[in-house]
Design a protein around this ligand. Structure first.
Ligand SMILES: *Cc1c(COP(=O)(O)O)cnc(C)c1O
Length: 424
């Protein structure tokens, strides 16, 4: 028995499914999850001493790779000064000023510990601000695990085969309406069918939780106009996309201004930190200045913020984005060039998904569902054997980090093409 197998069998007795987050289980790819004990740059090492080139990147935060020295030092320095105060601390202001300078439409912001909390608060705030009950989300988008967002959600709920979660009351679910991604007509129809009742539309501006799907040209701009025309707030959930494609929000690249935005993953640099922000008149409705309550014992935690601030500064200084884009493009071009009869590789910047469906345009959840998940499972296991750690599920985004070398990307592509052709 390997050390990972032994640890997993013990963990399964004490932790449901042996995991602290469902996507970590290898349910949709078969076998047992590996236990990892160390990461450095683009590499991670499991408890049996095997080395892997990592394309999961902790599901998104590690855009600089594992254990980047400056980030680790910032954490060490912060930790030595105390792990938490539960008071105001100077790093909160530094983070707010830094984020405001990188995303100017964030007029005010508040830190939370997870993306789930940031989204949950943004929704409550949208309802409190507009006095309206309903939220529109898109099929296959994932916005964390708060009750109202567990309706037609992506990520672990897609491959887990759970359409929505048990324990969410019909009352709660009835206030969440779902539209089709990249299809403005479906949003329009929902707003028209619920006059004066829709508080907000929440969208992943680039969908990442049903695999990577780019917005079609004009989709986000149309969404912005439709919301404004109907007094509906637009919430951009940029937990994945924030700081992913340039040192700012994806919305800024599309020249749209959401009313509220949520950030997570990269903003914590691998530590638990997330944020919501946006228009001042809306953000001022949050307690203690307004009537919408939100709080957190560890919100704005100095150790988490130290990691996040160091990460954002390095991204702004080093501008790894052109390289990430070149790597993503190379991966997609090669795979689409050599394997189009077996799969479709979507990419944007350093983010990509290999959908196991022959070359086609993938624009929404319906298109995604043509993918052969058992083929992905075979691909995943074979690549794992070759020393590549990919997300253990078809409907997820894979991430290239700034620490990946050209050689590693070329090695990955040659093995991926060979593997796809073999299992075709
Ligand atoms: C990961 C994710 C979340 C949830 O963030 P957690 O920190 O896991 O709670 C929310 N929205 C999007 C788009 C995400 O990718």
């Amino acid at each position: 028995m390997s050390r990972s197998e032994e640890l997993f069998s013990r963990a399964s007795k004490l932790i449901p499914g042996g995991v602290n987050s469902p996507v970590r289980a290898f349910k949709s790819v078969g076998g047992n999850p590996l236990y990892f004990e160390r990461g450095s740059g683009s590499l991670i090492y499991d408890c049996d001493g095997r080395e892997y080139i990592d394309f999961c990147g902790s599901w998104g935060p590690l855009i600089l790779g594992h254990a980047r020295q400056e980030v680790v030092e910032a954490v060490q320095e912060a930790a030595e000064n105390g792990l938490s105060f539960g008071t105001c601390n100077p790093l909160e202001l530094e983070m707010a000023e830094l984020v405001h300078s990188m995303i100017p439409f964030i007029e005010m912001m508040r830190m939370t510990s997870s993306g789930t909390e940031a989204v949950m608060t943004a929704l409550r705030l949208a309802r409190g601000f507009t006095g309206r009950p309903k939220i529109i989300k898109f099929d296959g988008c994932y916005h964390g695990h708060s009750d109202s967002m567990l309706v037609n959600a992506g990520s672990g709920l897609l491959t887990g085969g759970i359409p929505s979660s048990a324990g969410v009351t019909p009352d709660t679910a009835s206030n969440t309406l779902t539209a089709r991604y990249n299809d403005i007509g479906t949003v329009k129809a929902l707003i028209e069918a619920n006059p004066g009742a829709v508080a907000a539309v929440i969208v992943e501006p680039v969908a990442g939780n049903m695999g990577l799907i780019e917005p079609l040209p004009g989709f986000l701009q149309d969404l912005r106009c439709l919301c404004s025309d109907n007094g509906v707030l637009l919430i951009a959930d940029e937990v994945i996309t924030g700081f992913r494609f340039h040192p700012g929000a994806y919305c800024s690249l599309e020249e749209i201004r959401p009313d509220l935005i949520t950030l997570g993953k990269i903003i914590g640099g691998g530590m638990p930190a997330a944020a919501l922000g946006g228009r001042r008149d809306i953000m001022e409705k949050l307690a203690p200045c307004g009537p919408v309550y939100q709080a957190g014992t560890l919100s704005g935690n100095p150790v988490s913020l130290a990691a996040g601030i160091a990460t954002l500064k390095l991204l702004a200084e080093e501008n790894p984005y052109p390289r990430l884009e070149a790597h993503g493009k190379y991966i997609a071009d090669e795979i689409n060039g050599h394997c189009s009869s077996f799969c479709t590789c979507n990419y944007l910047g350093g983010v990509f998904t290999i959908f196991f469906t022959p070359s086609r345009e993938i624009r929404n959840l319906q298109d995604v569902k043509h993918s052969d998940t058992s083929k992905y499972a075979e691909f995943f296991r074979s690549m794992l054997n070759e020393g590549f750690y990919l997300p253990p599920a078809q409907f997820e985004a894979a991430f290239v980090s700034a620490a990946h070398s050209e050689r590693e990307i070329e090695f990955f592509v040659s093995k991926a093409v060979e593997t796809i052709k073999r299992i075709g």
